[in-house]
Design a protein around this ligand. Structure first.
Ligand code: GDP
Ligand code: MG
Length: 419
């Protein structure tokens, strides 16, 4: 199972449907009241974190997620249909970014977040009847849906990370213990993307990630390892593989440890089992002596296990020890994850401000800009309503304070009208 950890996705929520302009007609009734219905809401784009999803691979080929537009209002005050939301599943552990801003970090199964909000439908003309205005001949346009280009990033929440120099036997072990089918070859850097595999062991199952490309200098960008170092952050347990035939086992161990610490000092504390690989056919005494020598050189006590992925020797013992360590770590992880802040896209709605520019008087503010968007500038009445809103909100008053005179241009977004 190859594993994609970053995709760029364009998200387009649906536009709101336009409000409708119509007047009630009945036989023998000359002129009925306005009866144009409101437009329906555009669909939202919603993400849900799901345990059943392992990768972001789906989004590699479906880079655009589009929700439908709301329907326009109709006569007889019929409300346009609201569009359905588009709900997509992503793996638990997916973080979504808009540029450098974190939109949401999906850390729990079932966690939901709206990443694109559908536009509101516009009011139909039936909405605008008042004592002063009995036959409104205008309606609002629907608001556009939000549209973003977002980056989905999956930091693998693998329970186990397989680390070690190239050729240590990581991919072979992963293939042996899990459902993954990684590329195995006799030369370094076979694995260009991390491989994930699910290991079923006794009554539990856990995720194992093959972290390829770690070499001396990886933490400074040498080779390909740097891209994968970040995946190690969230694993609970490290299995550090070393080829037992390596002439300097301690040195190769230290090389990898140094890269981990250069990348992030916190990795020092991550539980680690040292795994000497490719031991099939070797003399038991030799294996025992090798382990003993390594233990003596290590500053800290570490578990050391000898295995052969080829013959299966020691593999079950390794899985047992790994699963016990994972169990211990689970609670710790949960604490860290729940403390990650969640930032939402909610914009500041109420505020507006005015300024004088060379082109005219400028008004900015989300809510008022929405009203302007909904206005049909070819329709006198529609513009009239906008003027009323400016009046009510005290925007004209503020504009007059900074010098607005009759006939001056008032600019909002791409639109303008004259005072
Ligand atoms: N004899 C023997 N060879 C192994 C064993 N595990 C891996 N190898 C070989 O070691 C080489 C590198 O293995 P690989 O899994 O690609 O290492 P990685 O770079 O750490 O992923 C390959 O030729 C494997 O066939 C083992 O248990 N015994
Ligand atoms: Mg490999």
């Amino acid at each position: 199972m190859s594993f994609i950890d970053q995709v760029i996705v364009k998200v387009s929520a649906g536009d709101g449907g336009n409000g409708h302009v119509s007047f009630h007609h009945e036989k023998y009734v000359d002129k009925g009241g306005p009866d144009g219905g409101d437009g329906g809401k555009g669909g939202d784009v919603v993400v849900i974190a799901s345990r059943n999803q392992d990768t972001l691979a789906t989004y590699r080929y479906h880079k655009e997620i589009v929700a439908k537009n709301g329907n326009a209002g109709e006569k007889n005050r019929r409300h346009g249909k609201n569009a359905d939301d588009v709900v997509i599943n992503v793996p638990v552990g997916t973080a979504i970014y808009n540029g450098n801003e974190l939109v949401v970090d999906l850390v729990k199964d079932g966690q939901k977040h709206t990443i694109g909000r559908g536009g509101k439908g516009g009011f139909g003309n039936a909405h605008f009847v008042s004592s002063k205005r009995q036959t409104p001949r205008f309606a609002e346009k629907g608001l556009p849906g939000e549209s973003f280009t977002l980056r989905f990033e999956l930091k693998m929440i693998a329970d186990v990370g397989l680390i070690g120099l190239p050729n240590a036997g990581k991919s072979t072990l992963l293939a042996k213990i899990s459902n993954a089918k990684p590329t195995i070859a006799d030369y370094p850097f076979t694995t260009l993307i991390p491989n994930l595999g699910v290991v079923d062991f006794l009554s539990t199952s856990f995720l194992v990630a093959d972290i390829p490309g770690l070499i001396e200098g990886a933490s400074k960008g040498k080779g390909l390892g740097y891209n994968f170092l970040k995946h190690i952050e969230r694993t609970s347990v490290l299995l550090h593989l070393i080829d037992i035939n390596n002439p300097d086992i301690y040195k190769s161990y230290q090389t990898i440890r140094q890269e981990l610490l250069n990348y992030d000092l916190k990795l020092e504390k991550k539980p680690e089992i040292i795994v000497l690989t490719k031991v099939e056919g070797l003399d038991k005494k030799f294996i025992f002596e090798t382990i003993k020598t390594l233990k003596e050189r290590l500053l800290k006590r570490k578990k050391i296990i000898a295995i052969s992925a080829v013959s299966g020797l020691g593999v079950e013992d390794l899985l047992k020890k790994a699963s016990l360590l994972i169990e211990k770590q689970d609670n710790v992880e949960a604490d860290i994850i729940s403390s990650i802040p969640i930032i939402t896209l909610a914009p500041d709605k109420k505020n507006w401000s005015v300024s004088k520019t060379d082109d005219g008087f400028k008004v900015v503010g989300q809510e008022i800009e929405e009203f302007v968007f909904k206005t049909d500038f070819t329709n006198e009445e529609s513009v009239g309503r906008l003027r009323n809103i400016f009046q009510r909100k005290g925007i004209f008053r503020e504009l007059i304070k900074i010098g607005l005179k009759p006939g001056d241009k008032i600019l909002i977004n791409q639109s303008y009208f004259l005072y």
